[in-house]
Design a protein around this ligand. Structure first.
Ligand code: F6P
Length: 336
């Protein structure tokens, strides 16, 4: 048996640990050959591949990024036909020519959609959810999220001392276009006073009231954590916009920080390494059992899987009844 593996979409900590989990299980336990496909679906279209060996899988557990490279190539976009090339048909042909019995797709929401479409074409695919955003439907957590939250929390911790010294409001922007998971988890873990996420509407007046009431209680500084995807004037970064609005409304000196790609780079946390290892190993097991068209999931502490047709096109968003939101509100955290 021979399988292919690719990584697609934005990189995140834990991809290499997942590649290692899939491939070591395949090679060591099941005697399956593994072809690494470079640059996501781009490499599947151009047959840019390499045979993965025990040697090429060494030293991956704690390594950030992806050894296979990634791209945001979406082969089904615009009906799949671009410049006269029928990309889905080319993928089918290349998988046959490369002798791939199944393709493992490691990726985020876009990748799950592509994997579902390949399954509908009759191709053998299994996938692993990967995103720092944690917004993939059907799984409690995707690997990469814990690492991003850990980096963002460290940044918030560091902002506390400078905010306190200068008696300022500090606004920090973290990633999350549609889902506010990183802002919620790092904001709560870092003791943020105001947390703004795309799922919960805010008003500058409410934010300012929280900051002023803290001031009246002798708390001379405040930390505001915002997700990049909150509604703004559409011209500025979320943090810049919110910082300006707060300063205008309260008169308190306010500064902003945009964390950016730092939260996606570098080594995965131990939690993400072990999640990646487990998800990778279980993905290989799905293949051996002939359970194609499925995405690996984590539910509670159990690894399972869900049909790709159920996942594709959905987003897992923060809801008002999320326990961290409920507990945060009770303790005086403002969600805007
Ligand atoms: O989906 C992961 C993510 O890091 C988002 O949080 C972020 O908004 C986006 O990717 C950035 O995309 P790009 O790498 O294309 O700039």
């Amino acid at each position: 048996m021979r399988i292919g593996i690719l990584t697609s979409g934005g990189d995140c900590p834990g991809i290499n640990a997942t590649i290692r989990g899939v491939c070591k299980t395949a090679i060591n336990h099941y005697g399956i050959e593994v072809m690494g496909i470079h640059s996501g679906f781009q490499g599947l279209l151009s047959k840019d591949v390499e045979l993965l060996t025990e040697k090429s899988l060494s030293g991956l557990l704690n390594m950030g990024g992806t050894i296979l490279g990634t791209s945001r190539e979406k082969p089904f976009k615009k009906g799949g036909i671009v410049d006269g090339i029928n990309k889905p048909a080319l993928i089918e042909q290349n998988m046959r020519e490369l002798g791939l019995d199944c393709l493992v797709c490691i990726g985020g929401n876009g990748t799950q959609k592509t994997a579902a479409k390949m399954t509908a074409m009759g191709l053998n695919v299994v996938s692993v959810p990967k995103t720092i955003d944690n917004d993939i439907w059907g799984t409690d957590f995707s690997f990469g999220f814990d690492s991003a939250v850990s980096i963002a929390t460290d940044a918030i911790d560091r902002l506390h001392s400078t905010a306190s010294s200068h008696k300022r409001v500090m606004v920090i922007e973290v990633m999350g276009h549609k889902a506010g998971w990183i802002a919620l988890y790092s904001g709560m873990a870092g003791g943020g006073d105001v947390i703004l996420i795309p799922e919960i509407p805010y008003s500058v007046h409410n934010i300012s009231e929280t900051i002023i009431s803290r001031l009246k209680k002798g708390k001379l500084y405040s930390i505001v954590v915002v997700a990049e995807g909150i509604i703004t004037d559409g011209k500025k970064h979320a943090a810049e916009y919110i910082a300006e609005e707060i300063e205008r409304e309260t008169g308190i000196e306010t500064r902003e920080t945009v964390l950016g790609y730092i939260q996606r780079g570098g080594s995965p946390t131990p939690f993400d390494r072990n999640l990646s290892t487990r998800m990778g190993g279980h993905a290989t097991e799905l293949i051996v059992n002939g359970q194609f068209g499925r995405m690996i999931t984590l539910k509670g502490n159990e690894i399972s899987s869900i049909s790709l047709s159920e996942v594709a096109g959905k987003l897992k968003l923060v809801t008002e009844d999320d326990d961290l939101v409920v507990q945060g509100r009770r303790m005086g955290v403002s969600f805007g």
